[in-house]
Design a protein around this ligand. Structure first.
Ligand code: SF4
Length: 299
């Protein structure tokens, strides 16, 4: 699959780690009927709450109790645009392959110079086209997929369209998951879910430990929703400068991460249930999406 050429090698390495430190059954999402997976109350939070940047978690109070909407800054809009470019480009490529655009050459001919997809997305979100790098990301995906399709055709010359799509493109992009059994939203949307039972998330910002926790949340939600084991997570950090880079960070969804996620989930659920304002930190980052709400009247 084009997104992760050497995924088998990475999974192989991770599997060795899993043999040494197995995942406890009680910490699998499908053990949702009993603690510690069982939610502590009826509050359902979103996975992004786990990633919050507010040191006192006032962002959760502002969102759930004051019911304020976040103000997206340019960085957040850029991240959103990247996600949409990946999703819409993959969806269009799948459709095109099913409709006969089934060689690398044809894909390049039809898609490379037709930049309608990123144009529409940037316009809709109000992202500056020149700065957004969405074009580069779009063309990168088109070239990667066309190369992958040709590689598959050279390996299996008589292959049918169904298999080209299955082998060249991820089966689930923005996979919907009902996370309510583990105290998360009913309407989660996971970036990519693969046949290796791996959860994947794209990130456009800097690396943070909380990203491991939020992906752990998706893993638990999937385990509960599908009754499957999800052992591995891959965070894909998108960097775009002269070229497009996908920096992949693979990890085992270990007991330690599961416990940390559950602690954070319970803390947030308690905070929402109590309705108590946790107060502001000594300093608020200016890029916080609730800065205007919490610092109204400040200079
Ligand atoms: S503005 Fe400050 S207090 Fe409000 S959510 Fe952001 S960091 Fe927290």
């Amino acid at each position: 699959m084009f997104l992760y050429g050497d995924i088998e090698k990475r999974v192989r390495a991770l599997r060795r780690g899993l043999e040494v430190n197995q995942i406890s059954g009680e910490l699998r999402g499908y053990s949702w009927e009993r603690p510690p997976i069982e939610p502590i109350n009826d509050v359902k939070i979103s996975v992004s709450d786990i990633n919050g940047i507010c040191p006192t978690k006032r962002d959760v109070y502002v969102k759930y109790i004051l019911k304020e909407k976040p103000k997206l800054n340019q960085y957040m809009l850029r991240g959103l645009a990247y996600h949409k470019v990946i999703r819409d480009t993959i969806a269009s490529l799948k459709k095109a392959v099913y409709h006969g655009c089934d060689t690398g050459e044809r894909i390049v001919e039809e898609f490379f110079f037709n930049t309608t997809i990123p144009e529409k997305i940037c316009k809709r979100l109000g992202v500056d086209l020149e700065c957004s790098d969405c074009f580069k990301l779009y063309r990168y995906i088109v070239l990667q997929v066309s190369a992958k399709v040709d590689e598959i055709l050279s390996k299996y010359p008589d292959i049918d369209v169904e298999n080209i799509v299955g082998l060249a493109l991820p089966p689930f992009v923005e996979r919907k998951i009902d996370g309510s059994l583990v105290g998360l939203s009913k309407f989660l949307s996971l970036d990519v879910y693969t046949p290796h039972s791996i959860v994947m998330d794209f990130k456009s910002g800097y690396e943070r430990d909380e990203h491991l926790l939020s992906l752990t949340g998706y893993a638990l939600a999937l385990e509960a929703d599908d009754e499957v084991d999800v052992n591995f997570g891959f965070l894909i950090y998108i960097r775009i400068n002269k070229n497009v880079h996908f920096n992949v960070k693979g990890f085992v969804v270990s007991d330690e991460l599961r416990r940390e996620f559950l602690e954070m989930r319970d803390e947030i659920a308690e905070l929402v249930d109590s309705g108590i304002d946790p107060g502001k930190p000594t300093e608020c980052p200016k890029y916080c999406s609730y800065y205007g709400v919490c610092n109204e009247g400040d200079n």
